[in-house]
Structures are given as C-alpha cells and as structure tokens.
Design a protein around this ligand. Structure first.
Ligand SMILES: [Zn+2]
Length: 286
C-alpha cells in the first residue's frame, strides 16, 4: 500500500513529505504498457503530484502538466488529497544514456511545468516554470522556488527490475517555512549534500520514515500518515455531460452517421459506449 508521511524538523521551521508510490506507478506501467524512460518520467511526476495533493486541503484539486518537447510528450496528472490519476502522451519511450543507463532528460526535453490549482475560489490559479533539466526532481525544485516562492528540495526515484517492471518508487519534498534560521538551512544543506541518492534509497527498500530519518539525521517530529490512492472518478454520467457540451447539431450528426459513440477515459482506459437509443435520449434531454 502506498502512503505518505509528513514530518517537521529544525524546530518546526522545515517540513518534509516523503512517500512510497510503488503500487500506483506499477499500476500505470501495466495499464499503459510503459517503456523504461516513460515509466521513470511518469512515475516521478506521479510521485511529486501525490505529495503536492497532500499539501492542499481535501476538496481542492491540482492539475499538473509536464510539457516537454521530448519524445514522451505531455504528462498530465490530477491530484487531490491522497489521490492521483494521470496519463502520458507517449508511453513507449526507451532512451539509453552513454553509460547504458535509462535516460529521461532527453525523453522529457525542454519546455515547462504548469500547475493549475482549483482551490474552490472563483477562478483557478495557474503557475508555471521552465523545465531546467528534464529529470523531473530538479525541475520541481525549481518550480517551488520560482513559482511558489518556497525554498524547496525535491528528490524522486523510480527503480526498475531487470525485466523493466517497477521495483520501487517514491520520493520527498522538503520545504523551508518562514522564520527558518540561517543556521538550520546550513545544517539542512549539509545533510542533503551527504544524503544517499534517492533512487538508491528507493531501490534499497527505504520506507517514507527511513527517508525522513536519513534527511534529518534522526532529528524530526512525525505528523500525519496519509494513504495514497490512484482512483479514477470517471463515470458514464460525466461523459454524458461532455457529449451534451458538443451541442445538439453535432450530436444529431453522430446519431445519423454512426448511430453510436464510444469514449475512452484517458486516465483509466475505461470505454464508455452510448448506443442509438441513449444518444436519442441525450438529444431529447437537451
Ligand atoms: Zn477514468
């Protein structure tokens, strides 16, 4: 079961979120038949999105896009408190580094990260930042620091088995809160320099608490534990609304020409079929 742990350190002026997302990344890898570069880029994006969802209140929604010009194309993730769902443009990408490792920076390419926040206000907020590296971790570190003005550090890792299936996935987000003393920041920076690479920790089976322990050298105060899920909330009713938004004329054309319509949910691959009678009924309701 995937879950997240939240903790404070440095006299409550630094907050840390750490999570394991192995189940959800495996789920999506199988669902969309993702190749190695695609799996890692998507898995990292899904993980940071799951963390970001937990930094907001229940009922608030984030839409997170990684829009690079590399072969994997756009990654789309929707995150709420404790739940994420997502998909990517091209799941079939496998690029190798010169040393034989799996490349994701070229696979992601250059472009921007965009986050649209629906915080139940009148208008959703949108913020964005440049993709500076394409490794996702440093790109989100840059996003938080530049777009949200919160000095942060992001570490994300996806480790694959020799047959390319997901072995483990997870990561952390560290955020410096207002009032944090310089000496705390110096200490934290020192810890981060000495920190094992996150992919190695994930690969070695570290739990969220193990990761927090490693970052803080044991000096932390645990807060909440939050279960993480990857449920899709699509329904036939929702797609029916979408059909209605096409307008009566278009629906009548579909009815006359095809006598049916099939719509697939991008997030979970579920197919929704509307037959002739259902289409007629929808048009009547309009
Ligand atoms: Zn769905």
């Amino acid at each position: 079961m995937d879950y997240l742990k939240k903790a404070y350190c440095m006299n409550k002026t630094v907050r840390i979120f750490s999570c394991i997302t192995t189940d959800m990344v495996s789920h999506y890898q199988k669902l969309f038949n993702m190749w190695p570069s695609s799996t890692i880029a998507f898995g990292k994006t899904l993980t940071i999105s799951a963390i970001m969802g937990c930094t907001y209140k229940s009922g608030e929604r984030l839409n997170i896009f990684v829009k690079g010009d590399g072969p994997i194309g756009k990654i789309t993730v929707e995150a709420t408190f404790g739940n994420v769902r997502g998909y990517m443009e091209n799941p079939g990408v496998y690029l190798e580094n010169n040393n034989g490792g799996i490349n994701i920076t070229k696979a992601v390419g250059a472009g921007e990260i965009e986050v649209i926040k629906d915080l139940n206000m009148r208008e959703p907020f949108s913020s964005s930042s440049e993709i500076i590296e394409g490794d996702i971790s440093n790109d989100f570190t840059y996003y938080f620091t530049k777009s949200e003005q919160i000095p942060s550090s992001v570490g994300l890792g996806v480790s694959l088995n020799t047959d390319s299936t997901v072995k483990a996935s997870g990561g952390f987000l560290i955020q410096i809160m207002p009032g944090c003393k310089d000496e705390y920041i110096t200490e934290l920076e020192k810890n981060l320099k000495e920190l094992k690479p996150i992919t190695q920790m994930i690969d070695e089976g570290y739990s969220p608490e193990d990761i927090i322990n490693e970052i803080t050298k044991g000096d932390y105060e645990l807060l909440d534990e939050i279960e993480l899920h990857h449920n899709c909330n699509c329904s036939k009713e929702r797609f029916k609304k979408g059909l209605k938004s096409l307008g009566k004329t278009t629906l009548e054309e579909i009815l006359n020409e095809d006598k049916k319509v099939d719509i697939k949910c991008n997030f979970c691959n579920t197919n929704y079929h509307f037959d002739e009678d259902e289409l007629k009924e929808i048009i009547l309701e309009m």
